[in-house]
Design a protein. Structure first.
Length: 218
């Protein structure tokens, strides 16, 4: 998010700008630094503020102390609504990148396979409902979890997520999403090496759910 519009944004525009990145969790920066590398830029030479909260960074942008900040929703939507921030780059534009997954040891999967089959089936039914629901319905459903966020702002944030296509349509974990995230973890020195997709991922329960094609949640 930048203080001024940048319709022709390129990653090189970040260099020389007063920029602050997300500090609460490591993944947003790990992904961004990988994007910079793929564009032929060295993220180690990017002067950035890396130890402030998103709330602090948003306030810094409003005051003119920062030129560009990395934010989650609904912070980004709030700046847009107020006319004090402009979307330069959405992380979803980097291509598939699988963030949230369920993890379990293989012995646990074998011992509790029926329970986990039901869990994955329920997840798939929820995904079907999610993609069929309107932004208004989605915002109303999650509003109790975000009491401090206004309904209009929450609807706008949910609608943007939908437009960006960030929600998976099936519980199958795609290879390209796994590999893209793994690349950022390695290049950002978060891990020394990535576990190969074939070893880390078991899509058998997800594939079974897709074959069974259960109805969406009602």
């Amino acid at each position: 998010m930048g203080r001024e519009p940048r319709p022709t944004f390129a990653f090189a525009d970040l260099f020389g700008a007063r920029i602050a990145t997300v500090s609460e969790v490591p993944t947003p920066w790990l992904c961004l630094q990988e994007d910079l590398r793929r564009s032929g830029l060295d993220p180690e030479t990017l002067p950035r503020i890396a130890d402030r909260t998103m709330t602090e960074n948003m306030a810094g942008l409003r005051r003119g102390e920062l030129d560009v900040v990395q934010l989650f929703e609904p912070f980004a939507e709030e700046l847009i609504a107020d006319g004090e921030g402009h979307l330069w780059y959405a992380a979803a534009d980097r291509g598939p990148c699988s963030y949230t997954t369920f993890y379990s040891r293989r012995p646990t999967v074998a011992a509790k396979r029926e329970e986990l089959r039901r869990l994955v089936r329920g997840l798939y039914r929820t995904q079907k409902w999610l993609h069929a629901a309107s932004p208004e319905t989605l915002a109303e459903t999650v509003q109790p979890y975000f009491p401090a966020v206004g309904a209009e702002l929450l609807r706008a944030a949910v609608a943007r997520y939908g437009t960006l296509g960030i929600w998976g349509r099936t519980p199958i974990l795609p290879r390209d999403g796994y590999d893209r995230l793994a690349a950022g973890l390695v290049s950002g020195n978060f891990v020394r090496a990535a576990v190969p997709y074939e070893i880390a991922v078991d899509n058998s329960l997800a594939e079974q759910a897709v074959r069974e094609d259960p109805p969406a949640l009602s």
